[in-house]
Design a protein around this ligand. Sequence first.
Ligand SMILES: *[C@@H]1O[C@H](CO)[C@@H](O)[C@H](O)[C@H]1NC(C)=O
Ligand SMILES: *[C@@H]1O[C@H](CO)[C@@H](O)[C@H](O)[C@H]1NC(C)=O
Length: 328
Amino acid sequence: MARPTSNMVLLGAAVLLMLSTLCKAAPVTACPSKTGYDALPDWTCNPIRSSDRKVYSSLAAAEAVCKSNSTCVCFNSAGEVFFSNDTQGRSQRGCAYVKQVCAPKSGYETLGKVKISTSKQGGGKENTVGSANAAESACNADSKCLAFNDAGLYITKILIVDSATTTTSCAYKKALCTNKYGFKYKKDSNFKGLSGLRGVKKDKMSSAAAAESFCKITPKCTAWNSKGEYVIGGVQGYESESDVCTYVKQPCPPVPGFTAYYGLAVNQGIGGAPVSTESGLCFSDIKTMCTNDPNCLVFDTLRNIWRTDVEPTKSFPGMCTYRRVAGF
Ligand SMILES: *[C@@H]1O[C@H](CO)[C@@H](O)[C@H](O)[C@H]1NC(C)=O
Ligand SMILES: *[C@@H]1O[C@H](CO)[C@@H](O)[C@H](O)[C@H]1NC(C)=O
């Protein structure tokens, strides 16, 4: 009888641990993507000179201005447009769109218009294949490839990035981690799973892609990594491990144009009463309904809907509350 009891205590501790890790999650906005721009959630450009910032009536107006003016470097969901790359960033709820100088390539980190080379004395290796497409395909096919540029160069040993030398060709570095919708990544990091507890399991699949698909469709999967491992249940913590990328599932599935608040509910009092509670509908129907109705400003996992903007502030473990970002 002693063992099940201590297991129960441990399981309880694991659940509490998981909740305490997850409850600290900051609100996260899912930004709809826009071609030609990097979408940055909960961040904004913040130019050093205030004259480099102009405010327009809407996100659409700001986007149109940025598109037509080549000095524009960035705009955001608050309708602000920034006209100088002499900018810092700061956090702000919503989405910022930063103009891309180089088209993004899946599986690569964009280095920009900078010089890449190798050190031949050190035994480095560079290859020239003539075109951007050929270099990208060659780099994809060669597991030793570190980087390529659209002048047709790819490097398979010792990469030197010279950010001080600008060039006309865009350079790309093979990424250890890439953005995955619904996950946050941790570079050079692995998870410490809790083993031997009921409801908590760490295992390995044949590939990273297999672990990713499994984790996506398995609600209790909390994380997976580039070695093909996954965790069901609470993660004890993370430890550094070079060349491993760990993807941690966001506790609230992202909804484009909305900020997700995990573990928080609307304080329902005067002014905070929902306009309706559609408990007959399933959550995905509520999500679709609210996304398509610009007057739906807030909704939650209990399928309450608000038509006024309220900030969720009341602690409610396990709850996901979604708040529309003005402009979408
Ligand atoms: C682009 O925006 C800058 C800053 O507002 C302005 O000075 C410039 O005239 C604009 N250029 C065009 C072509 O509209
Ligand atoms: C900003 O743009 C100018 C002109 O394109 C360039 O010379 C400068 O290096 C850029 N600065 C930064 C911080 O990217």
